[in-house]
Design a protein around this ligand. Sequence first.
Ligand SMILES: [Zn+2]
Length: 493
Amino acid sequence: MHCNRRTVVIGLGSGLLYGRAFAQGGGGGPIDLAIVNVRAWTGRRGVFTDAIGLRGNRIVAIGAAAVRAQHAPRTRTIDAKGAFAMPAFIDGHTHFLRGSANLLLPDLLRVDSRSAFVDRIGRAARALRPGEWLLGGPWDEQRFGGVLPHRRWIDAVTPDTPVAIPRTDLHSLFLNSLALRLAGIDRTTPDVAGGVIERDADGEPTGVLKDNARNAVLRVIPEPDATAIDRRLRAGIAHALSKGVAQVHNTEVDWSVHDAVRRLRAGGPTGMRFNSFVPLRDWERVAGLVAAEGRGDDWVRWGGLKCVSDGSLGARTARFHEPYLDAPGQRGVWTTGVDEMRAMIPAADAAGLAVTTHAIGDEANDVVLDIYADTVRRNGPRDRRFRIEHAQHLSAGAIERMAAQQVVASVQPYHAIDDGRWAVTRIGEERLKRTYAFRSLLGGGVTTCFGSDWPVAPIDPLTGIDAAVERRTIDGAHPGAGIPNRRSASRTR
Ligand SMILES: [Zn+2]
């Protein structure tokens, strides 16, 4: 319902608005919208209200008396019939377009038969325009009997849709006959070096292409057009809103989401708010954009830059002071050179842009904090809101430094219950104590924001909050994710 959706959007930042509502409650004319008979949590612990009044897109009255006082004949009223309401969520870290694209793909890892496999591919194909490629929903033949799929299974349900779906290990692709034809592969096509074209007993390609054999089809798959991207975004927005998310930050390493959401915005309100981060390397381009057009509006905002300083714990590329326990001598990598960061971050900051840096290993976090401190010394104080994305493994003094330097920790609690399954074998008990230290961050006075990292984790804030509070690994094998005293208990602010 549009009005409800709008209410959710307006709910953003209501902790701040709550105070303001009382301050403005007396004046400013009648309210445009009254939501009454509601059980609304205001965003402050234990503080509920039974009515909300809005003028334009601002909450200006809280409580039945205040709402009644500003009610006018033209005020629209929604009777919530006792329903619960709360401020909407902001997801501080998403890869929104990738997540959105996945929503339209068949979920093939949760099929238990060949007929379900075929059925889901057929349904996904029917949702596409003729000629549009169906490219995802990774599959695993073990889920449907252990036999590699054959293009004949799906040709009848994908007559106008070229299909090229990766196996879950990403080393094989499964094509239908149309895609094989477009790739120019038939029974006469020889295998290429480092690749295999699977063939059946008759010598016909089955549709499964392995490793280098995939290149023939990868070459002919076109980039998605604007219509396809818009449809994906709309699906992503609907999904995010259904989870109570009314704003996402796109912490991207390219301009794909920025371009896509700006195009969507050009056609009207996007229905959900976007805060767009693009690569730090392009800071001059962003500075130019801000100079020419400002920083966007409430629907799509920009001016943020993302830098990636190191890799990930999973790939043993997160940068640590000490080596990995299971890879002696390896301390991870810098994905952006330290000198390069030292040059770019102060320059972007001096241009008034907002910098956030991905840092997972403890050394990466320390070096980023050093660079942020140098930047402040050089450029002087301002409301810059430096952020660190992940802030996953911290050295002993890092939390105090983050608080003192007013660096925002942008953390994704779901990773704690995901990586928590095996993190101890990689970095040991001692470093684990300062891993996903949400409780310590909050207790130490660090401004902390949660996010999902969708599609790496579900875009469901309640799942993320549950992960932060309970810290049960997703395999159930490590209660407390090995670090029970770091639970960010609900009683923390
Ligand atoms: Zn991410």
